[in-house]
Design a protein around this ligand. Sequence first.
Ligand SMILES: O=C(O)C(=O)C[C@]1(C(=O)O)C=C[C@@H](O)C=C1
Length: 424
Amino acid sequence: MQAASSCDLKFRSTNPTAKTARFSHSLPKRVSVQCGYRSESFSFPNGVSVSRADWQSSCAILSSKVDSLEDPGGLASKIAVVNGHSNGSVNLGLVPVEKTSGKLAPVQPLTITDLSPAPLHGSSLRVAYQGVPGAYSEAAAGKAYPNCEAIPCDQFDVAFQAVELWIADRAVLPVENSLGGSIHRNYDLLLRHRLHIVGEVQIPVHHCLLALPGVRTDCVSRVISHPQALAQTESSLDRLTPRAAREAFHDTAAAAEYIAANNLHDTAAVASARAAELYNLQILADGIQDDPGNVTRFLMLAREPIIPRTDRPFKTSIVFAAQEHKGTSVLFKVLSAFAFRNISLTKIESRPHHNRPLRVVGDGSFGTAKNFEYMFYVDFEASMAEARAQNALAEVQEYTSFLRVLGSYPMDMTPWSMSPTEDA
Ligand SMILES: O=C(O)C(=O)C[C@]1(C(=O)O)C=C[C@@H](O)C=C1
């Protein structure tokens, strides 16, 4: 366990192409938060509603066995810290923000407004996403929270921290793509942080090949993009740019921005049509995803859970670790707890068990086997307000050493369409 030591909040300009005046005034600054801490749950001083208490007590059965991932230097102390009430060793070092005028703004301390709870009415919700404007994650934030203020972050971890530190009200982060598979980093971060899943959005991802105006496809010797986007366009790139090297970039739109900012005539990016517009690039090829129905699923994260309901389709996400001495059939038993109650599973993912990654087995007569230990993430189609879901989890708890409900939230029921998103 490590206590908080220092915390730097940096607001970075993400607009190296500021000469394109059309956007230099409107692009938000990207948040980059560097903190040596892990979060923990936070109790709100003004209490919670009765119905929320009901929800929490219905889940109490689960919390009783939740593994401790506590952190003495956690969120509550961070909030005191950023309010200026805590130890003097904390360096809030806000990097001066570049204004559109080109002048540097004075260093601004966080104010009480930066730390206020999510606005209920009137002002827009601040939604953290990973990437720069034009990224698919920005489009997902817009679908999840129309009219929100989208806050670009340079890493997934930063988006989590932006919510924990009350810089943002929500985060919207990708967890899986229909072609590229799971985004493992976000599964790991869900466990390390204490945010709650409050919703999901799925967006069709419609990729384009972008380059500087005048560049021909046969002159492209390098294609840069997010690794997921490169994976989703593999066959198209083999056909369009067979000799070009492929290089990973932080996000699709950042790749487009990089080409524009550095005037790269030999490089193309896989990104959205909106990125082409934002960074003044031409579209060499449109719709280059290898499957026309390419969809990415994003989770909406908040500091507080929502109250589960039964009047519309809900999904619940859990993570668990098997009890060590329960034999080899634990996974089968857990899954059958859902099957016997007619609860459909929509996703199962395993990740290394970071606290206990290996189990050595065998009596030594033939040596010892080293079995890997896992955390299992399961999504199932039921609301935690339903008795069958509560009973299933009560049973699952018997076979597990660790169990956490990550969230119970409405399913994205948007009618199926393969056309590109309006924003992307
Ligand atoms: O790079 C982006 O534009 C992102 O929003 C990230 C991301 C991802 O992490 O999978 C999101 C959707 C697409 O699947 C490709 C990339």
